[in-house]
Design a protein around this ligand. Sequence first.
Ligand SMILES: [Zn+2]
Length: 430
Amino acid sequence: MVQRLTARAVVVGDRAGTVVPDAVVDVDDGLIRWVGPAADAPEAPGAEVTALPGVLVPGMVNTHAHSPMVLFRGQGEGLPLDRWLREVMWPREARLTPEDVEVAMTAASAEMLRHGVTTSVEMYFHPERIAAALRATGGRAVVANPLIGLPGFGTFDEQLATAVRLSADSDAQVEYGIGPHSAYTVPLPVLTRAAEAAREHDLLLTVHVAETTGEGADLLATHGLSVPQLLASHDVLGGRVLGAHCVHMDDGDLELWREYDVAVAHCPGSNTKLASGTARLRDMLDLGIRVGMGTDGPASNDNLDLFEDLRLAAQLARLRERDATALTAPEAFWLATGAAADAIGRPDLGQLVAGRRADLVHVDTDDIAFVPVGDVTDLLTHLVWSVGSRHVRDTWVAGRRVVADGVSTTVDEAALRADVQTRAMRLAGR
Ligand SMILES: [Zn+2]
């Protein structure tokens, strides 16, 4: 049966920043069937009509996350990176169980849905448990099986075989991918084989690239090539490749990204908190490189709130270029919606247009943060600059309402919160 949503306006999530006032969205069988002004809406006898007072925007796409790391949020604050890893992260991760990952992912997925994020790209241990968490909350993800040399997680080839085996179970809600951690932690021949497998099975391959200056310097000293050059020379680029961070890229590196159509997961929250640097966002967009917003893991952001990251992206791009027009509000919002879907190779997501999946977010405009509105496009300006995830009221994934009036309809968030607290203390050895 057709479900009809009416709203004060629809923000499409395209690059131009299209806003449709007094809008109708028809949903059927998990897909958007029609979007447009109410005056032009087709007859829909028998449709179940829901009148929403606010604006409908696309479910946001978080292109880079390690969401189960909500278990480590805020831990080791103020430590330098090497001590944070040795004293805080690695001892905790060594005690991590598959059940910890599932509980943490369930809590994190509920948090993202409440923040208007309906899809995330995940790179973390126990991908089947991450998938189980998503089946519970109703969220969507691309779950990249990590390739990383840690005791207890098998050889690189076993990890790659697992990724390919899991991909046979991919569907529209949970798609599996391959997540080699980085060029400085994974041997180059393994990266080559992972990329071959990704191309053969049309999987998303996501890898950390040029996040800090140090990682590039070491590889440059050994091979005489930058990380992007190294990846190109080892046949890693091509296909659905998504580089996370890509902060320290010279002109030649960006040219390689353009040539091979490599996408970028831009994570300004993490990059500022960890003092990694400021990515060349304007240059990437001008070259036609696909870019989408990411939060990175909640131990290095520390949240899963794309509203904050898209605003930070606009602020940093403007500061970097010393130009208040360096990234427009429509572009910033597009980077978390339509552009982010393109960056992960999912043209079925990210925009409110007919034929795409019905992942929708209702934002409450009955708030001083949405005043004044002269032209209808002011709604989009306010979404970027003055409004936040606190204004998200309802969220649908594939037409199913998973957040109603700010509360998850699928899982018990209070119980999950208590469970994450208990598990986090056990992992900390307390
Ligand atoms: Zn990461």
